[in-house]
Design a protein. Structure first.
Length: 261
C-alpha cells in the first residue's frame, strides 16, 4: 500500500538525516528558538468564518507531476494576497517532490502560518519542522498509535508548534480525540486506495466536539463543496490540487468562497 511505502521511505530518509546531524543537536537548536509563538496556525483556523489552508505542492503519488513550472515562493505570496489563512507546504521529496528549502523560504518571506506537510514517523522531524520555520506539523493517525500521537503532540506544543492530526475513519477520529488533539483534519482521500469521497468529512464531523477545530482535506473543488462543509460546521478546508492547477489562484479562491462565478 502506498502509505506504507511512503512511511518506509521516510524512515530511511530520517535515518540518513540522523547520520548527518544527531537528534540532540537538532533538538537543542529547536528549543533555543523558543516556544512563545502564540500558536499562529491554530489562531488562523479559529478565526470567524471558513479558513482556507492553501497548499504548495509539485506532485503527488496519485496524480504524478501536477505542475511543471513550480515558482513555489510566488505561489505562496499569491495565496497570502488572496486571503489564505495559512499555507501547507509539502516537504516529502520522493513521492511529492517537496523540499525543506521550499518551506524555509516561504516561512521567511510570507507572513502567514505555514504547515509542514510530511509523514511524521519520528520525533526528529518535529524538531526539524521547528528549525526550518514551520508553525504546524501533520500527524497522521494511520501511521501513529495513540501513545505516539500523545508523545508527538507534547513535543510539538512544547516547541510552540500546532499539530493537525489527520484521520480518515471513525476509529482514527477516536484515536485523535484520545490523544488530545486540538485540531483534527479529516482526509476525504483514502490514503490506501486514493479514492476520494467528500462526504467523509460530513459523516465524521459529528464525532468532533465543540472546542476542537475541524479541517476538511482533499477533493474540494467547487464553491458548492465548500458550502456543504460550511453547513457541516467545518472550521477550515485544506486545498491543494485545485489551486495548483489554476492559473489565477486569487480568482480561484474567490470562486471557492462564492464571491465570483
Amino acid at each position: 500500500m502506498i502509505l506504507e511505502e511512503i512511511a518506509a521511505r521516510t524512515y530511511v530518509r530520517v535515518e540518513e538525516l540522523k547520520k548527518r546531524r544527531d537528534v540532540l543537536s537538532l533538538r537543542r537548536e529547536a528549543e533555543e528558538m523558543g516556544s512563545n509563538t502564540e500558536f499562529p496556525f491554530k489562531g488562523a483556523l479559529a478565526a470567524e468564518g471558513m479558513s482556507f489552508i492553501c497548499e504548495v505542492k509539485k506532485a503527488s503519488p496519485s496524480k504524478g507531476i501536477i505542475v511543471e513550472e513550480f515558482p513555489y515562493l510566488s505561489i505562496a505570496k499569491e495565496y497570502k494576497e488572496a486571503g489564505a489563512a495559512a499555507i501547507s507546504v509539502l516537504t516529502e521529496p520522493h513521492y511529492f517532490m517537496g523540499r525543506d528549502s521550499y518551506l524555509q523560504q516561504i516561512a521567511e518571506e510570507v507572513e502567514i502560518p505555514v504547515l509542514r506537510k510530511d509523514f511524521t514517523i519520528d520525533e526528529y522531524q518535529i524538531f526539524e519542522a521547528k528549525v526550518i520555520g514551520a508553525s504546524a506539523i501533520l500527524l497522521i493517525c494511520a501511521l501513529l498509535d495513540v501513545g505516539r500521537l500523545k508523545e508527538y503532540l507534547e513535543i510539538a506544543h512544547s516547541l510552540g508548534l500546532s499539530a493537525l492530526v489527520e484521520a480518515h475513519t471513525e476509529e482514527e477520529v477516536d484515536a485523535a480525540l484520545h490523544s488530545g488533539a486540538g485540531i483534527i483534519g479529516v482526509n476525504n482521500r483514502n490514503l490506501k486506495t486514493f479514492e476520494v469521497d467528500i462526504t467523509t468529512s460530513s459523516r465524521l464531523r459529528r464525532m468532533v466536539p465543540e472546542g476542537i477545530l475541524f479541517v476538511s482535506e482533499s477533493g474540494i473543488k467547487t464553491a458548492y463543496d465548500v458550502e456543504i462543509l460550511r453547513r457541516n460546521k467545518a472550521d477550515a478546508v485544506l486545498i491543494g490540487e485545485t489551486f495548483m492547477r489554476s492559473a489565477d489562484k486569487k480568482r480561484q479562491l474567490a470562486i471557492l468562497r462564492g464571491e465570483e462565478d
